[in-house]
Design a protein around this ligand. Structure first.
Ligand code: AOF
Ligand code: ZN
Length: 370
């Protein structure tokens, strides 16, 4: 019984330290380029002796950071890491080698790295060096946090989060596309945080024409963490006077256009600081082929994509099952029957009553519900 109790306590401690590693890893979301945002914690005799997370741009890796901070204290410690330590020679030597050299006694890792350069070899190399390796602690959370990296490798597309903010009666704008504020400040701050944690944010050209959004992160101290702005602009209709184009030299702006979009227009927009990316048209419906858009974004290094509308784009992502996660905000005020439906004619029950979707959490944020 005593050994059983001790084992249980050990498992609980492992989960607790892994939760901490996960929290540290999340600091890097939206900042590490194509590299996953990994977290690492070093623990010796129950005391944390080092913490690390993947740094801006993706290097140094989390483990190397934690080892550097721990110094000599790392010898004999347990490493908690949210992704398998790498075994390949990238921009620096493999983390697995650094872990072995530092004299780590035990490694607890959440999930394997499906990157073909790693793919289990990191864990194997640690074991071969006599280190005790345990895999699978908090695997579900790690899979969620690393979804962008996992999908880039397994499906060549980014992880997609769709954000929808609807009125109490399911509208997103007043009659005639007239923009209205729906959610309050607290919810808007959460959206800006979500932008910062995304590599790119995407809207349709209709939203640009109706709202003239900037799509940056404007939280104090976080303005440098704005995502790349992406517009589905099939025939390059973006106005020269738009905020997006005006800020294109400070925050990247990618215009996803049809292969037959006018070359002269593309050149003019390119000269203004935007990047025109040509993708195929959808064969079945008017507009660009969304899987092709996602593939192109993935190829360009986007692992976490936030889709912010408008109604047609949201409906397309929902019906084509291209959203992995939906942030559905609902305010308390109604707009009225002549308002614009959130999903362009598709009822919201296409999300809320569909067995394809499962409610993960419900939360009250200021006067709004997430
Ligand atoms: C780790 N720890 O913190 C991260 C890892 O281009 P490189 O050399 O930086 O390698 C990128 C790959 O390394 C990336 O695709 C993923 O498989 C892994 N990321 N590995 O040990 C980390 N971020
Ligand atoms: Zn590494």
């Amino acid at each position: 019984l005593a050994t059983e109790k001790a084992a249980k306590a050990g498992e609980a401690a492992d989960r607790r330290f892994m939760q901490l590693a996960l929290a540290l890893g999340r600091r890097g979301l939206g900042r590490t380029g194509t590299n996953p945002a990994v977290g690492a914690v070093l623990v010796k005799d129950g005391v944390i002796v080092g913490r690390g997370w993947t740094q801006d741009g993706g290097r140094p890796h989390a483990e190397v950071e934690a080892l550097r901070r721990a110094g000599e204290a790392a010898r004999g410690a347990t490493l908690y890491v949210t992704l398998e330590p790498c075994s390949h020679h990238g921009r620096s030597p493999p983390c697995a080698d650094a872990i072995i050299a530092a004299g780590i006694a035990r490694v607890v890792s959440a999930i394997e790295d499906p990157n073909p350069l790693v793919g289990g070899q990191g864990h194997d190399r640690l074991r071969a060096a006599g280190i005790a390796v345990e895999i699978g602690v908090c695997a579900e959370e790690a899979t969620r946090d690393h979804a962008g990296h996992l999908l880039r490798i397994s499906a060549h597309r980014p992880h997609v989060t769709l954000k929808l903010a609807v009125s109490a009666d399911g509208k997103i704008a007043a009659a005639g596309h007239q923009p209205v504020a729906i959610t309050a400040e607290a919810a808007n701050a959460r959206t800006h945080l979500l932008r910062a944690r995304s590599d790119a944010v995407l809207v349709g050209i209709g939203t640009v024409l109706a709202d003239d959004p900037e799509l940056t992160c404007r939280l104090p101290g976080m303005t440098a963490q704005s995502p790349i702005r992406v517009v589905l602009d099939r025939s390059l209709r973006i106005p020269a006077t738009s905020k997006l184009l005006h800020s294109a030299r400070t925050t990247p702006l990618w215009l996803m256009a049809s292969e037959i979009a006018e070359a002269a227009t593309a050149a003019r927009l390119g000269a203004a600081g935007a990047e025109v990316v040509h993708v195929a048209d959808c064969a079945a419906a008017p507009g660009l082929d969304l899987p092709a858009v996602l593939h192109a974004l993935s190829e360009k290094g986007v692992t976490r994509l936030l889709v912010e509308g408008g109604a047609r784009v949201a409906a397309a992502f929902v019906t084509q099952r291209l959203a992995d996660e939906i942030w559905l905000w609902r305010s308390e005020a109604a707009i009225g029957a002549d308002g614009l439906d959130a999903l362009d004619g598709l009822p919201l029950t296409a999300i809320t009553d569909s067995p394809h979707w499962r409610v993960r959490s419900t939360e009250r944020v200021g006067p709004d519900t997430l």
